[in-house]
Ligand binder design. Structure first.
Ligand code: SF4
Ligand code: FE
Length: 483
């Protein structure tokens, strides 16, 4: 089964035995839970579009492992064109879902682990890369969704993993057996965990010798014995339980994050890709983060396209679209959004081949991309709220609009330009609300800030990659300074 259909994907998730808690209750059927289901629909879209001839070129690729057609989310990038197509694919999916479609974390993790295991083996004589390629082949053959898991809870930020009061605040090996290892700890903010078949774990920071037990990368089924999930709340999430289509803003799609707990999980050696090689943990973190910072130059741009469209529609329905300041605000939103896209494309076009053959983005430009993502979506959201007006947060509910008596009042007083049904105006206002303040704001706002690393993490990389000394040399040359 090289390419699963959306239906096959959904069915495959139903067979998983997740142990998940949501708002204090155990959930037996995550796929159909009204709060979780929209996030599943977003991942499902990554399967459905792969069968659409119109999007085949972006959504699929030829496997470097066996020449077969695979979903691009399971592909190892073979050239800069692959890196560019990845960003375009993410923009497309952002446009189709207006949410986080989750599957990129695994794609970015697989590409990072691929090149790092190869270089680790070359230096240390280990055989991780061969194991990893077998895992990759299995993922491609089954068209699995893999969840890349990096972020540990981290406890006291001023203390290294092995010096924490509680040793489990960073995921670590607790036992090494002949057949495999036993792992304990947790990964936090885990995007798409319950819509994934496999988890690919990576260390969260660069480690030292004392933290060798924490320098760990492995894969395991997402429902492996000992793994449990505690589902993260989102702003306005319980609106999904009310059965209203309008009030949720985006009734079909969403994203999710969860706390993923490893309670003595056994992992056979064949699925272990780093275990104690602390010198390589920093490289893995840097590459995964780099790929995911590139990713944001695609996904956030696609979601931004929908938000800009929603703001323009709101202006139309309000009768304000001819006002010059509104036109200018829309231009500014487009300018900011396309600047993010330019960064995503640029870091891809400047990518290079690594020892494993897999292509890596330009790390400096990928970090510049993500640094802009920590700012521009906020300005785009601010302008969208400005254009939409206060009604997006003061409007009565769908139940009021549909009410046999007060419905007429709501319809009468919330009408904008003549000829546009009040309901349409309500729908677009709620969409702006959803993307700027509601469930989708997790993906478009706070995730823009902290996802793929908080702003300071990019500034550290920018200072490291920025080559200031060479710039000083250039200045000296021009100014004719002789030391
Ligand atoms: Fe993909 Fe964007 Fe979600 Fe990351 S935040 S998983 S890049 S959609
Ligand atoms: Fe993310």
């Amino acid at each position: 089964m090289a390419l699963m259909t959306g239906k096959q994907y959904e069915d495959s998730l139903r067979k998983m035995k997740f142990k998940v808690y949501l708002m204090g209750e155990k959930v037996d059927n995550p796929v159909d839970h009204p709060i979780i289901r929209p996030s599943m629909n977003s991942v499902k879209m990554t399967y459905e579009l792969a069968h659409d001839p119109q999007h085949e070129d972006l959504m699929t690729a030829t496997s470097s492992l066996d020449g077969k057609k695979v979903n691009r989310f399971c592909h190892l990038h073979q050239n800069t064109e692959d890196l560019i197509k990845k960003v375009k694919m993410q923009r497309l999916l952002g446009q189709k879902t207006a949410a986080c479609f989750q599957r990129c974390v695994g794609m970015d993790a697989m590409n990072a682990v691929d090149s790092v295991t190869c270089e680790m083996d070359q230096k240390l004589g280990t055989n991780y890369h061969e194991r990893f390629r077998k895992f990759m082949k299995m993922v491609q053959d089954n068209d699995y969704t893999v969840d890349g898991a990096m972020t540990d809870p981290k406890g006291d930020r001023g203390v290294s993993p092995s010096k924490q009061a509680d040793p489990d605040l960073f995921t670590h090996v607790v036992e090494r057996r002949k057949e495999g290892i036993v792992v304990r700890g947790a990964k936090a903010h885990q995007t798409g965990a319950l819509n994934s078949h496999w988890i690919l774990v990576m260390p969260t920071i660069s480690m030292t010798k004392d933290d060798a037990d924490y320098a760990l990368s492995f894969a395991c089924p997402a429902d492996a014995e000992g793994i449990s999930y505690i589902y993260g709340r989102q702003s306005c999430d319980t609106r999904k339980l009310e059965g209203s289509e309008i009030d949720v803003g985006n009734c079909r799609f969403g994203g999710h994050e969860a706390l993923m707990v490893f309670d003595n999980v056994f992992v056979p050696w064949e699925n272990v890709f780093m275990c104690g090689e602390y010198e390589f943990s920093g490289m893995l973190v840097e590459r995964f983060a780099g790929y995911h910072r590139q990713s944001y130059g695609g996904c956030k741009v696609g979601v931004g396209d929908v938000l800009i469209g929603a703001a323009a529609l709101a202006a139309d329905y309000n009768g304000a679209s001819k006002a010059s300041h509104v036109k200018d605000k829309l231009i500014e939103m487009i300018h900011l959004n396309e600047t993010l896209f330019s960064c995503g494309i640029a870091c891809s076009a400047q990518g290079h081949k690594t020892a494993s053959g897999t292509y890596l983005i330009d790390l400096l430009l990928a970090n510049v991309c993500k640094q802009n993502v920590t700012r521009f979506p906020y300005e785009i959201a601010r302008l969208a709220e400005d254009i939409a007006g206060g009604l997006m947060v003061t409007m009565p509910s769908e139940k009021d609009l549909r009410h046999p008596e007060i419905g007429k009042i709501v319809d009468k007083y919330f009408k904008g330009v003549n000829g546009v049904p009040t309901e349409n105006r309500c729908r677009v206002m709620r969409l702006v609300e959803n993307m700027t303040l509601g469930t989708a704001a997790v993906g478009y706002r706070t995730e823009s800030m902290h996802g793929a690393g908080s702003p300071q993490a990019q500034r550290i990389m920018i200072s490291r990659q920025g080559n200031l000394e060479q710039k000083k040399k250039l200045a000296k040359e021009i100014a004719r300074i002789k030391d």
